[in-house]
Write a protein that binds this ligand. Structure first.
Ligand code: COA
Length: 147
């Protein structure tokens, strides 16, 4: 909980890197204060966890993992949903995401989960490369149409 403000900063930086995306570019004006409140709420939940990577005292990366209920007609009943993944530019390509994922896999297995899922922006080449490298295959698309 002591890292909430810093985590909120990182999640805003994550959105800042999606400034041309159709969904994630539409930042609310009060997003900075909402980000702190949202982060505190999420940190307090029992069925999810935020993993942080530190360099010295500084939090340089974050990854959120949720014990998520699956579709009621399908197996598995629950899966691990990965969200809010960000590593500071200065420490990228040094295995920070790999370490965060390792921690999330351990947490998920301890809870009996056997599968991970996530969404990524189609126009984010870093995310595409990283998730491919970490073994996530594409199984669904999100489409958007203004009405
Ligand atoms: C995507 C991101 C989290 C990766 O974090 P990272 O700590 O740099 O990742 P790692 O160093 O653990 O890299 C893991 C693997 O992903 C692949 N990868 C990561 N960045 C890459 C890049 N820029 N180009 C090509 N492959 C890349 C590599 O295969 C890498 O393994 P390798 O270095 O042994 O070859 C980071 O670039 C980031 O925060 N980007 C902006 C936010 C974002 O895209 N978040 C994900 C939203 S879904």
């Amino acid at each position: 909980m002591a890292d909430a403000e810093r985590i909120a900063e990182l999640r805003l930086a994550l959105l800042g890197e999606h400034s041309s995306n159709a969904i994630y570019s539409r930042l609310r004006r009060d997003a900075p204060s909402r980000a702190i409140e949202l982060t505190r709420d999420q940190l307090a939940r029992e069925h999810e966890a935020m993993f942080v990577a530190t360099k010295g005292q500084r939090v340089v990366g974050v990854l959120r993992c949720i014990d998520q209920r699956g579709h009621r007609l399908l197996r598995p009943a629950r899966f691990a949903l990965i969200s809010t993944v960000y590593v500071e530019p200065a420490v990228r390509r040094q295995g920070v995401l790999r370490s965060l994922m390792e921690a999330a896999v351990g947490w998920s297995r301890e809870r009996g989960l056997t599968e991970m899922r996530l969404q990524n922006a189609i126009d984010n080449p870093l995310a595409l490369a990283a998730w491919d490298a970490l073994g996530f295959r594409v199984v669904e698309q999100i489409r958007l149409r203004p009405i």
